[in-house]
Design a protein around this ligand. Structure first.
Ligand code: KG4
Ligand code: ZN
Length: 340
């Protein structure tokens, strides 16, 4: 069966076609980074309008690249939430209209489920159960994943998400939005012995995180030093080291506490090279394995939504009659993963 995935929860329009036997057939993506860059963050109304512009052309392109026609699609999966309500509504509208016209089932997918299943698109593939470290622009969570739809939240950030902390710190250092990747590049030139930042909640004896204090610590450093390129790089490195220390330590204790030996990392911050290196080294040290999505599937994309849709389709034994009768839809700006 072929599932068309539609992702529009924030500032990326992602479309993909996933075949339950042959894997990913194609995927197309448009990132709105340039549109939001001049405002220093995502402007929801501009995001929605651009999803409207990009959605259908990207679907046509994905079909062309997969060399199939729309009538061959067996189901549609769209991101129902969490995310920006207006942006989500665009994907929901396009998906529902297509499913209604084609008389095929529609699957409403949780964005974070998409992220945490994204490493299953690559080989070697993790097997259930595993611990997932979800580190995106909007979320930082440690989750015990027992199977599709079986998610136990072990802990999460009490304030900023890791990606958000990267972006806010990058902004303080004068880098463009979203600054996570640029900050990581700058950190490569940093000297690790110059600044030491705190590791908030390191000893909290739970799996929760806090990153907003780090941003404040960085802003104090900036106020108290003459900011040269080298100093910026030193600060970027000190910040990145602090975030990675906390993420790595808590992930390893989650493996120890659950007795599991597979760690899956998903979300945009999972693209961070130093985080990857550290987790590969430390999981190997305890006889565990870490799995990452392909770099292009770390940040938002349609492939993870099409894949989650395909998994759900196989698991749920969708009632076609019932699904076809549905002509209304809804989105969820907030949506707790554990309620799935
Ligand atoms: O998963 P994603 O698209 O966001 C949400 O769904 O919320 O991830 C985007 C986040 C941004 O905060 C971005 O700065 C961060 O991932 N990011 C990185 C890197 N690449 C992207 N953070 C650190 N290092 C990177 N290499
Ligand atoms: Zn995301």
């Amino acid at each position: 069966m072929i599932v068309l995935g539609i992702e529009t929860s924030c500032d990326e329009t992602g479309i993909a076609l996933y075949h339950t036997e042959h894997g990913l057939l194609s995927h197309t993506l448009y990132s709105q980074t340039e549109i939001h860059n001049e405002y220093g963050g995502v402007v929801p109304e501009l995001a929605s309008r651009d999803h409207i512009r990009r959605g259908v052309p990207l679907i046509k392109q994905a079909l062309k690249e997969a060399n199939i026609c729309l009538k061959e699609v067996d189901a549609i999966a769209y991101t129902q939430g969490p995310g920006l309500a207006g942006a989500l509504l665009v994907g929901a509208c396009i998906g529902s209209a297509l499913a209604f016209a084609l008389e095929i089932p529609i699957l409403n997918i949780h964005h974070l489920e998409g992220h945490l299943l994204s490493p299953l698109l690559s080989t070697p593939t993790p097997t259930f159960p595993f611990v997932a470290l979800l580190v995106s622009g909007g979320h930082t969570q440690l989750i015990k994943v027992d199977g599709i739809g079986q998610y136990i939240l072990l802990g999460e950030t009490v304030d900023d998400a890791a990606g958000e902390a990267f972006d806010k710190t990058a902004k303080l250092l004068g880098l463009d939005y979203p600054g996570g990747r640029a900050l990581a590049v700058l950190a490569e030139q940093g000297r690790s012995d110059r600044f030491k930042l705190p590791r908030p909640m390191r000893h909290s004896r739970d799996f929760n995180f806090s990153f907003s204090g780090l941003k404040t610590a960085v802003s104090t450093l900036i106020k108290n030093h003459k900011i040269t390129h080298q100093t910026s790089a030193d600060i970027a490195l000190a910040f990145q080291e602090a975030v990675i220390d906390i993420l790595a330590e808590k992930s390893l204790s989650a493996l120890a506490q659950t007795g599991l030996s597979q760690l899956v990392v998903a979300g945009g911050v999972g693209a961070n090279t130093q985080l990857r290196k550290r987790l590969i080294r430390e999981t190997a040290g305890i006889g565990a394995t870490v799995f990452f999505p392909e770099l292009e599937f770390c940040t938002d994309n349609g492939a993870m939504i099409a894949f989650a849709g395909a998994m759900r389709l196989q698991k749920q034994n969708i009632n076609y009659q019932q699904q076809q009768a549905m002509t209304s839809f809804t989105v969820r700006a907030r949506w707790d993963l554990e309620t799935l």
